[in-house]
Design a protein around this ligand. Structure first.
Ligand code: FNR
Length: 186
């Protein structure tokens, strides 16, 4: 059997009916078999506070351990006020500390943003990439994924009801698999 990769997916929205969660589920569904895609929840992470580095709350430790164990990270996020939602920034900050022990270091990554709006969360997507540069996450450049009109893409069952989007997401995950293999340290 060939190598498989554990892909930790982080969703920037906490709401139950999140379009981004639906996009994340669709990405998992169309991923090639070597990618084992799972969602890592961030909604219960206490707000990052540097004082907690001495005696971290259990959810921080669990989150850091889960990210460290992953082979790659996939971010699927809405745009809030042209940037990333606070919950996602919090998860990034929690994973990045204590200093010198960042869980993100050298994990191959990819970013997808989705919005009902026409520009598909471009601002959030690129603000997130700014943090990923600092965190030494090699983030796949192409294909870019700004999913606009995301409120029109899903059926009442919450599943993707748009063939061209499905094909695009499939190609995205195939490219991500190649990216992970190319950026994984032996
Ligand atoms: C938004 N929304 C939004 N959309 C966008 O395209 N650009 C933006 O800057 C913002 N800003 C913003 C701020 C806040 C606080 C909220 C709550 C919403 C709309 C947003 O894209 C929409 O609510 C999405 O449905 C949110 O993603 P989920 O929760 O469906 O995944």
């Amino acid at each position: 059997m060939g190598k498989t990769y554990d892909v930790a997916t982080i969703i920037g929205s906490l709401r139950k009916e999140s379009l981004n969660r639906k996009v994340a589920n669709a990405l998992a569904e169309v991923a090639p078999p070597e990618l084992k895609v799972s969602i890592v929840e961030i909604g219960d992470l206490p707000l990052y506070n540097q004082d907690g580095d001495q005696n971290p709350p259990a959810p921080w430790t669990q989150f850091r351990d889960r990210i460290k164990a992953a082979d790659a990270v996939l971010f699927v996020t809405p745009e809030y006020n042209r940037s990333v939602p606070a919950a996602l920034k919090n998860a990034i900050d929690v994973g990045s500390r204590p200093y010198g022990q960042s869980a993100w270091n050298a994990k191959p990554g990819a970013v997808v943003s989705a919005s009902p709006g026409g520009i598909g969360g471009f601002g959030a997507n690129h603000h997130l990439r700014q943090s990923l540069v600092f965190l030494n996450v090699p983030a796949m450049q192409q294909p870019e994924a700004y999913i606009g009109g995301a409120d029109k893409l899903f059926g009442p069952d919450g599943r993707l009801a748009n063939d061209s989007t499905r094909k695009f997401l499939q190609a995205f995950m195939q490219a991500f698999s190649t990216w992970i293999a190319a950026n994984t340290r032996a």
